[in-house]
Design a protein. Structure first.
Lengths: 371, 416
């Protein structure tokens, strides 16, 4: 910091005082200002994370401090057991990854599209009672997830509202929370491609990471679908708010200009509004991915991983392994793998949504569309 | 400027983290005492953590603890836990466990195997008086670790109203598997779901005991899951499920067997004596009777569930803690607990007093003679949870493959 020759702000320094000292003082003041946050973040975030990282490398049995001399250090064993060793640990972990993968695959696009749609609707100047709808759509987001989960337990009970509604139209609905059948399996069965009760040997024979291809291809279970519906419904309100803020930031002049250029409403949305929403879209997708990979409360309240482990998620498995089985090492290892998955996916998203082209293309296209 | 600032910030935060880490870890290295300073006699201040079933239990244990404290000149603080196993886990990790705490039989081996428990069991006066099946549950490597607090067993609960509606009499209450099947047929013909049974090893396991099998050998060292006896049991359960003679509570829109039974969605259920309190509280109009479980090919069998008074190996007041447990497990005190919150005494000498006072519970108490405790081996929780998954899918998978998988996982967990 002392080497810095940054121009000092404020009044011209006195001739005798060297310039660097002003900069140094500025630096010290800066550190003083951020010190509380650095200390708090370090003490309550960075430090516990590093401690957990240590635990994930040991076979600590939960007796006394994990930083004692006698705690067995096992290196990366807890991690390799999740990936390379045949056994229950890997099977549970891979099952949870599969479940969560399907969960993310459906929830993130669904909640993003729904949120964007809602935002466009409540942003429309033609809509009457906009405030009411904004509040109504946002309401699930501010309600406790535990309370909502309990309500959903009632709604999807075997004699609950959803089953009754289905009965009205003559459909005998599934037993939502006790139905471990994969929806993709059901779909394939309905299309007559395979028989879910006797899957083809080619698929059941083998597959990566201890699960057969057939198990990988299960799709979210019927029970998981209820959690998916719940999460989409609760989170889309929050993301609607973000899209709404971004939509209101878009100058009306741009829209009018594109109209003058002859773009229709759909073209305006596609080539003017959507590109301008890109930063928000990135934010929503990233936040959505992070939150969905960490799904825990709903599983804890509604299903505890049941039926047949089809709602097991890595976050819940980590909790269960550590606090129910006292396998703290493997439990923390799972959470670090989850951390890596999330970071990698966020980076991928950033790369996919990067600005490919400095010249604004949308306007050009819109004009082309007119011609 | 930007880059320099960033680098400095990074260095600074690393330094901070380093300092913090060393400061925090410093305390970790000095906690290796030769042995906790023991105070063998005189007044003590005991911390007691209980996993209470409700206010009735908390109050009763508090009263008993106060009486003991007054007599011995010590203090005893009873704390009901919100989540016993999690709170104990945290206390052990923090090296500050309570002196006395409830240990659930299914977690006993986990605690005992890591040295968290003081093996004091046989220092309790007349410890042979505890039922043999309960002693076996809390014995590890030949040592009785802790004194059973109380216990429950599974029995067959029959809904008298539905029984009559189906034209059945007391003589029709099944005592064997064959009778269970035939009476189910009759109930089913009348449109009544015969049996609601929980979808875990804690209920289905009873059938395995009746067939003469179990998941592990009695000493908890060998996996014995993949046996013809167990296969017979699961095949029988599978046949009940397939014919809808038995249904899992979730299929009947209930959280557990007792709820399905209380809502009169099934004529029978297999539950423990806790169902009495639940039915009185939530379904007071349901008339029911309790019977011993139907016997299988190898005779009668049921499962026992129990909790013991664990004494921490790290307690400063072990002597006083053991004295406290002694006071809590006398036959008189156990009868007082039985009256207060409906548990069954773990001492055989209290059996007669109990059955005289609660004649309806005789089938539960009789179960103690032939009951099987939970799997007595550490690191089995995830294996058993996986077995539960297998049970839940029993209608669509073969019992043999479920047992084969259980055998493989048990062997891996037991290390043989």
């Amino acid at each position: 910091m002392a080497d810095m020759t940054a121009p000092a702000g404020g009044p011209v320094p006195e001739a005798r005082r060297p310039r660097r000292s002003a900069a140094a003082r500025e630096g010290i003041a800066g550190w003083l200002f951020v010190a509380p946050v650095v200390v708090i973040l370090g003490l309550f975030m960075l430090l516990p994370i590093l401690m957990a990282l240590w635990v994930s490398l040991t076979e600590w049995n939960g007796q006394g401090s994990p930083f004692r001399a006698g705690v067995p250090f096992v290196g990366l064993d807890n991690y390799t057991r999740l990936f390379t060793e045949e056994g229950l640990a890997r099977q549970d972990f891979m099952t949870s990854i599969r479940n969560n993968f399907y969960f993310v695959l459906i929830v993130v696009p669904a909640q993003t599209v729904l949120a964007l749609g809602l935002a466009v609707i409540v942003n429309s100047r033609l809509l009457k009672g906009r405030t009411f709808f904004r509040v109504a759509f946002f309401f699930p987001s501010v309600t406790s997830s535990v309370a909502i989960s309990v309500v959903f337990l009632f709604i999807f009970a075997n004699s609950g509202a959803v089953s009754r509604l289905l009965e009205l139209v003559g459909i005998n609905g599934p037993q939502w929370f006790s139905d471990p059948r994969g929806t993709l399996h059901l779909l394939l069965g309905a299309l007559g491609l395979v028989d879910p009760d006797a899957p083809p040997a080619a698929l059941t024979g083998g597959g990566p990471f201890g699960l057969s291809w057939w198990e990988w291809l299960s799709g979210p279970s019927v029970a998981m679908v209820t959690i998916i519906v719940l999460v989409v419904w609760t989170t889309s309100g929050t993301f609607m708010l973000m899209f709404l803020a971004a939509l209101q930031d878009i100058p009306v002049t741009l829209e009018e200009a594109s109209r003058l250029d002859g773009a229709g409403r759909r073209q305006t949305f596609r080539y003017v509004t959507l590109p301008l929403l890109k930063p928000t879209l990135f934010l929503v997708l990233t936040l959505g991915t992070i939150a969905t990979w960490q799904v825990f409360d709903q599983v804890y309240v509604m299903s505890q991983g049941d039926p047949a482990k089809t709602t097991l998620t890595p976050a819940y498995l980590s909790y269960k392994t550590a606090f129910r089985n006292f396998d703290y090492g493997p439990g923390t290892a799972i959470s670090f793998v989850l951390f890596v998955i999330i970071v990698v996916l966020a980076l991928v998203q950033r790369w996919v949504l990067r600005d490919r082209d400095a010249v604004p293309r949308p306007g050009r296209r819109a004009r082309k569309g007119k011609a | 400027m930007n880059r320099a600032t960033l680098r400095n910030a990074a260095l600074g935060s690393l330094a901070c983290a380093g300092l913090l880490t060393s400061a925090a870890c410093g305390s970790g290295f000095d906690d290796k005492p030769a042995a906790p300073a023991q105070q063998s006699a005189g007044p003590a201040s005991l911390q007691i953590l209980i996993g209470s079933s409700g206010d009735a239990e908390t109050t009763a244990v508090r009263q008993a603890a106060d009486a003991w404290a007054k007599a011995s000149g010590s203090t005893a603080t009873v704390t009901p836990a919100q989540d016993l196993s999690q709170q104990l886990g945290q206390a052990f990790a923090g090296d500050n466990p309570p002196d006395v705490f409830y240990v659930d039989a299914s977690r006993f081996a986990d605690y005992a195997s890591v040295g968290a428990l003081e093996p004091y069991g046989d220092r309790i006066a007349n410890s042979e008086d505890f039922y043999e099946s309960l002693r076996a549950t809390f014995t590890r490597d030949g040592k009785l670790y802790c004194a059973p607090k109380d216990f429950s067993t599974l029995a067959l609960i029959v809904n008298d109203g539905l029984w009559k509606k189906a034209g059945l009499t007391d003589a029709d209450v099944p005592t064997t598997w064959e009778q269970l099947t035939s009476v189910s047929e009759k109930l089913s013909a009348k449109g009544i779901t015969p049996l609601a049974v929980g979808d875990t090893r804690d209920r289905i396991g009873a059938f395995m005991v009746q067939a003469g099998g179990w998941i592990t050998s009695p000493d908890g060292k060998q996996a014995t899951a993949d046996s013809p006896e167990n296969a017979k049991a699961l095949e029988y359960v599978q046949s009940l499920l397939k014919k809808k003679y038995a249904q899992f509570p979730k299929q009947l829109d209930a959280g557990w067997g007792g709820e399905a039974f209380g809502k009169e969605k099934a004529a029978m259920t297999i539950e423990g004596n806790w169902i009495k309190g639940a039915l009185t509280a939530d379904f007071p109009d349901v008339k029911y009777s309790v019977h011993e479980l139907p016997a299988g090919p190898k005779g009668k069998g049921t499962l026992s569930f129990t909790t013991c008074w664990g004494v921490s190996a790290k307690s400063k007041y072990k002597e006083q803690a053991i004295d406290f447990v002694q006071a809590m497990t006398t036959a008189d005190q156990q009868m007082a607990f039985a009256r207060a919150f409906g548990v069954m005494p773990s001492r055989q000498s209290a059996k007669d007093a109990y059955t005289t006072e609660f004649p309806g519970d005789t089938p539960f108490v009789n179960g103690a003679e032939y009951a099987q405790g939970p799997v007595n081996a550490p690191k089995m929780e995830s294996v058993l949870a996986d077995f539960d998954t297998g049970i839940q899918k029993l209608t669509s998978t073969s019992p043999a493959s479920v047992l084969e998988r259980l055998q493989k996982n048990t062997q891996a967990a037991l290390g043989n």
